[in-house]
Write a protein that binds this ligand. Structure first.
Ligand code: NAP
Length: 248
């Protein structure tokens, strides 16, 4: 029996567990970060919460005799991704990165690229106005101290404390439709969208809506670890399964 550890919590992580759980000879364990209040339960076994850094993950891989590690976390989950590279390397366990492709700007798009959240925040300070902020609840502190903007903040779970000056919070989980995104941006008189380049279809309608309304988009680029050459990348679940089944 080969034990597979999926660092999950993403749609791809759930889909992969669902597909692999029926493959004979494999035992599937999904690991969730433990941050969402009511996480969906993946197929197969589940564990919850951090490992205690790269050393903790390496210990887990060794103790649980994991045969293959699959990092299916979010494209911006740079810490766990770096830990996966270090731990898999230390223990000699093969690692696969399941990483959906990033969004690409289209002809009518007005993207302003930001290399990280801090740059996105300074661009917001420069632009001001009514800003639709969709970068997630972890990164709101970077936008504290901006006084020339009203933020329409969309998050999955409302944070306990909100560091922003002038804002309204919308709690919602994708997928979102184009019609709803256009309606939301119109209702709140949004003049700027801020997003990470997460990729995928569940939250891409906001980009179509911004295009339709001719709004600029501050697009936060992916961290470098997302494409670390030490872990081969599968862009979708089928490719990941093929890679895994071909492994010795
Ligand atoms: P992270 O910053 O890379 O990870 C921080 C720590 O959380 C890790 O060091 C690890 O703790 C633990 N951890 C993360 N994923 C784990 C997993 N699958 N299993 C066990 N432990 C895990 O990742 P993050 O905090 O999840 O998020 C980073 C970025 O990704 C944020 O910008 C967030 O907004 C974004 N994100 C977006 C979505 C989305 O659906 N939009 C979902 C998730 C994350 P130890 O070091 O103790 O092992």
């Amino acid at each position: 029996m080969k034990r597979i550890l999926i660092l999950g919590g993403t749609q791809e992580g759930y889909a992969l567990a669902e597909r692999l759980v029926d493959v004979a000879g494999l035992e599937i364990i999904s690991s969730l970060a433990g941050r969402t209040l009511a996480p969906r339960k993946p197929k197969g076994q589940m564990r919850n919460g951090g490992f205690g850094g790269a050393d903790g993950l390496a210990r887990y891989l060794r103790d649980e005799q994991i045969a293959h590690l699959i990092n299916a976390t979010h494209p911006f989950a740079d810490q766990i991704s770096a830990n996966a590279v270090a731990a898999a390397g230390a223990v000699g366990v093969p690692l696969l990165r399941l990483l959906r492709p990033g969004w690409q700007a289209q002809a009518d798009d007005r993207w302003i690229m930001a290399s990280d959240i801090a740059e996105a925040a300074s661009l917001c300070r420069r632009e001001g106005g009514r800003i639709f902020l969709t970068t997630g609840s972890n990164d709101l502190a970077a936008f504290a101290g901006i006084h020339n903007a009203h933020f329409v903040v969309r998050v999955v779970d409302a944070p306990e404390t909100m560091p922003l000056h002038d804002y309204v919070t919308i709690t919602a989980r994708g997928p979102f439709s184009l019609a709803d995104e256009v309606a939301l941006m119109n209702e709140h008189h949004v003049n700027l969208l801020v997003t990470k380049n997460s990729g995928g279809g569940a939250t891409s309608a906001k980009l179509e809506a911004a295009r339709k309304l001719a709004l600029p988009v501050i697009m936060v680029e992916r961290p470098a670890i997302a494409l670390d050459p030490r872990s081969p990348v599968a862009e979708d679940v089928e490719t990941a399964i093929a890679h895994l089944l071909a492994a010795p």
